[in-house]
Design a protein around this ligand. Structure first.
Ligand SMILES: Cc1ncc(COP(=O)(O)O)c(C=O)c1O
Length: 482
């Protein structure tokens, strides 16, 4: 008879699991962090691989960590309370505003370039999740190949390779747009500027979600447009009832919305809601400028579709870019401008002729042959972890009564603090501690959202956890003073 196989000592693996559990709970391994590999543990502790694996499996069963194939074991975010305390629905005054941007915007944007600050303030993607090395290699390869003559003037519509890739991906979303109807731009913001110029004249009124991305408010101001802010739900997006009322009572020339993972709310309009929005605007012959910059960063298996899918009249101008998922510095975006395509191509031509060719070719190659879908699966998982981790930490560290969104994509969180906490005061204090944040007032032209902040969860790691704890202490201090 062969001797019975020696099973690992229960005491040892349980001891190791208990020790790791305590470390995870104390924040030594924040959510999303990889636990040491089995080999590393074996070297450090002199334990057998089966003892280590059994400890890891016990932690996995307890929901504290998760196994990722071919990668290792990672710490999961602690679950949020049920139901999570979410911010109240926005209720901006339904009156047109002249957008007036203050110094604050410039300061927050300037701070985004300061590497010594903890970047909770702007919606920069996590640097270590970007495929920089792969882009490096593609860039060098393409630059050296004669079949891509890149050192020439670009055409206004952009690279046919990249437009073909964008068109192919839109087709997969049940939203067919021929490559010739697409135009490559310098990032999503240029696409939005062209869309606004194509459909509006200075002095026109444009409806936007409230709160909304401050870059959109800046674009509206720069184009000499007025805004009307529409209440927006942190889960389902813009209120169609309020929008219909506004269309009835105001001369709205266009609507700008971020249907998928809105910035700052993280809301995602259900398909039916998108269809109703497009139908409503078609009834009023009002163009919709759809910003889909976060659409690919969905946490679920499938990314949500576009409002454009329901457009039968060419009234939807869809704008997006690769700034959030592949490369913010290349400034490569696109627009599908529907019936305004010709006007947008002309605007592109007279503004800057075309977008730099090399970055377009690199992105096209990465999307076509660089394992883009597999890469997206990885970053979606990582952002889901970071968002869950930050939401949990906000509830743990911020004053009682704080509410936070629980988005299913993107990586920004909208946090409603008790009224006593003024987010501008918090912003000042946080900067002294080397932390940036985006005060709520930046997301509206109405002066609302004084006790809200938008936080960027992309920076949520070990250092991020510490910074968030500090931010929570500062908010507690302001709350006590208030
Ligand atoms: C909703 C939204 N649209 C557009 C942009 C800007 O995009 P790009 O950098 O591609 O111009 C951002 C950046 O934060 C954003 O959040």
């Amino acid at each position: 008879m062969s001797p019975a196989r020696k099973s690992p000592s229960p005491a040892l693996y349980e001891q190791l699991a208990a020790e790791l559990r305590a470390q995870i709970e104390a924040g030594a391994y924040p959510a999303g962090e990889r636990l040491p590999s089995v080999r590393q543990m074996r070297q450090d502790r002199g334990l057998s691989p089966s003892t280590i694996l059994q400890a890891y499996r016990q932690l996995e069963d307890a929901g504290l960590i998760e196994a990722r194939p071919q990668s290792g074991y990672y710490v999961r975010a602690r679950p949020l309370p049920h139901p999570p305390p979410e911010p109240e629905i926005s209720a901006p005054p339904l009156r047109p505003e002249n957008v007036s941007m203050d110094e604050l915007m410039d300061r927050v944007l300037h701070e985004a370039t300061q590497p010594h600050l903890m970047q909770f303030g702007t919606a920069l993607p996590a640097p270590d999740l970007l495929p920089t090395r792969r882009l490096d290699r593609i860039l060098v390869r393409i630059a050296r190949q004669d079949r891509y003559p890149w050192n020439v003037y670009a055409t206004p519509e952009g690279s046919s390779e990249l437009r073909a890739q964008v068109s192919r991906r839109l087709g997969r979303l049940n939203c067919p747009v021929p490559a010739e109807d697409l135009l490559i731009t310098n990032g999503c913001m240029e696409a939005i500027h062209f869309a606004l110029r194509a459909v509006c004249r200075p002095g026109d009124l444009v409806a936007v979600e409230s709160p909304t991305y401050f870059g959109l408010l800046q674009a509206l101001e720069a184009e000499g447009l007025n805004t009307l802010e529409i209440p927006t739900h942190h889960r389902d997006g813009i209120s169609l009832e309020a929008l219909e009322f506004a269309l009835e009572h105001h001369p709205i020339r266009a609507v700008v919305a971020i249907p998928n993972f809105q910035n700052p709310l993280g809301s995602c309009m259900p398909d039916e809601h998108k269809r109703q929005l497009v139908d409503l605007l078609a009834r009023y012959e009002t163009p919709l400028i759809e910003d889909d910059i976060y659409g690919e960063l969905a946490f679920g298996e499938r990314r949500p579709g576009l409002a454009r899918t329901y457009d039968r009249q060419g009234l939807v101008l869809t704008c997006s870019s690769f700034s959030k998922d592949i490369c913010p510095s290349f400034r490569v975006g696109w627009i599908a401008a529907g019936r305004y395509r010709g006007r947008v191509a002309q605007l592109k031509m007279v503004t800057n002729i075309g977008t730099a060719i090399l970055p377009q070719l690199v992105i096209a190659e990465f999307v076509e042959n660089g394992g883009y879908d597999n890469y997206l699966r990885g970053i979606r998982r990582a952002y889901a972890q970071k968002v869950a981790h930050m939401a949990r930490a906000v509830l743990d560290y911020f004053p009682a009564g704080t509410r936070v969104t629980t988005p299913q994509g993107g990586y920004v969180l909208w946090v409603q603090m008790p009224e006593a906490v003024d987010s501008l005061a918090l912003y000042q204090l946080a900067l002294e501690s080397g932390i940036t944040l985006a005060p709520g007032r930046m997301f509206s032209a109405t002066g609302k959202y004084a006790s809200y902040v938008r936080l960027n969860a992309a920076y949520m790691d070990f250092a991020g956890q510490r910074a968030l704890q500090r931010l929570g202490e500062l908010a507690q201090r302001l709350n006590r003073r208030g």
